[in-house]
Design a protein around this ligand. Sequence first.
Ligand code: EPU
Length: 421
Amino acid sequence: MSEHFRVHGGARLVGEVDVVGAKNSVLKLMAAALLAEGTTTLTNCPDILDVPLMADALRSLGCEVELEGDVARITTPAELSYHADSEAMGKLRASICVLGPLVGRCKRAVVALPGGDAIGSRPLDMHQSGLEKLGAKTWIEHGCIVAEAEGLHGAQIWLDFPSMGATENILMAAVLANGTTVIDNAAREPEIVDLCLMLTQMGARIEGAGTSTLTVHGVKELQPTEHRVIGDRIVGATWGFAAAMTRGDVRVRGVNPHHLDLVLEKLRMAGAEVTVYEGEDEGFRVVMDGRPKAVDFVTLPYPGFATDNQPFAIALSAVAEGTSMITENLFEARFRFIDEMIRLGADARTDGHHAVIRGVEQLSSAPVWASDIRAGAGLVLAGLCADGATEVYEIFHIERGYPGFVENLRKLGADVERVSS
Ligand code: EPU
């Protein structure tokens, strides 16, 4: 028996919602725990399926992992297995982030290649060429990426593109290399800054976090630490878009509003009143009166508009007044989501990496299928603006990224239920 969501459109979302730790941070921080013998503690971990899967992946390498509420305790042994090809690894797209720590710590790694992804091809050439610059040999064998090094040495590395995954793997290998590594055109996402912060607490010497040039002075060993995972800016953005689309009033807590500067600016351009809160009570509030206005969106690496938010931009454009152009520069197959939006009555067409969307007054409910986490959440947002009941299938995708999604939506007044099918 599987489950799906039934979304009855029409409600205005009103209230407060808490955002917990970022999926795209916690999984990398868990992998970083491999770099130090002893117990690393992570707090503010999200209750999503990928966290226990990553815990299983780390256990298969010899770690003990305890998950309790929002706390993960990872005890890394002196001797790690470098064979990361367990069943959990295959199920987890982010599993590739154990590659850098294993190469750093064990000087060798055999890591199962993550399976195909509905958002498009995700090559590893930059991960490989970066590790090779550090002195490793890498190749693909029997469905695994293999890396081996006699010893790692610092190097100058230029990335073709500021890839998050490649930056993370090279960084986590370089922290234990002999000498200084400079990663140019490095990713600048807040999750990279979070990783740099934790590695620094562990004793790594990193300069330039949050800029395009990361300088890493290798050290002999790292110590375990305790670290709080940053709030999930993509989940935060999801609530911001949901508020704007439903002409609602939502206060989002637990996320740094400056990680969402461009998102919040786009929501303002669409007609929302946005207030940001800093410090202890960090977050933002989005209030929308009337129909959103059409806005253009272009996805780019941070601080550009995140590709992960693109489905929400499409959902907003589908009900906005006017015509929007959405340009996708990272994952071409993400536009497949538009076919599901058309099922819901969106007036949309794509040409290469552009989509043109003419907003309609109201979407029309239909059965739709989530193909990845963000597309799934985008369909739920669209369902909130459709007449009748929209059935969203394949919700396991959504639950990989959104802790308590239905519960939070209901708390905000949405008419959404989980149904067995
Ligand atoms: N790329 C290459 N070669 C490489 C690595 C990347 O060509 O060796 C290309 C990719 O094909 C893509 C671009 O570079 O066109 C950016 O990819 P990146 O490596 O930055 O993505 P990633 O690290 O695989 C992370 C997030 C994704 C998010 C992207 C972009 C995690 C676990 N995943 O993926 O999040 O879309 O960055 O910001 O951190 C999601 O959360 O739903 C999700 C898919």
